[in-house]
Design a protein around this ligand. Sequence first.
Ligand code: GAR
Length: 194
Amino acid sequence: MAISTGTKKIKTAVFISGTGSNLENLIKFSKLVKSPISIEQIISDNPKAKGLKFGKYFKIKTAVYNFRNINKAEKEILSDLRKKKINFICLAGFMKILSKKFIQNFRGKIINIHPSLLPKYKGLNTHQRVIKNKENFSGCTVHIVNSKLDAGKIILKKKVKISKKENSKSLARKILIQEHKLYPRAIKKLLSSL
Ligand code: GAR
């Protein structure tokens, strides 16, 4: 799947499961003249995801798939994305694990943001584990998605200092601010290298 970063923006889908603050941030980024992406589709596994409201607000199509049958959901998503000629995917708080087969259809063109300094603290409940272990630093990482959880090639990371009074909620807020700066930078970096 060739990607052109010329004047044409790359048709992109964003996958979410929850609040969608990264989604909102990516939509705003995509509207900048110099942005390499245009967001054509929002996908969620969760019909109650708050972030779905941004579809209505920014007039972007949304679709919810039932991941109880992951095979069926992925087949439908794939066909939907192909129809719309979407060949770049940003995971933004998407809490389901995509299959190897699905990922292979988009080799190197699915990226994710994770709220830790990968390879440390892969998986769930990152902030709680970081606080429990009395780490001095945490942060966020944008990486390419491969078949292993939070283990694909790292595009960019941002370090955040943990204060003495930090709790998992305050840390999550602090890191989210950095996520919103990091994700667009990582997209630009990746797409200008293809
Ligand atoms: C973000 O902190 C993101 O890094 C994290 O979920 C949050 C979603 O916030 N993602 C993961 O933990 C993925 N394993 P948002 O819905 O407001 O963008």
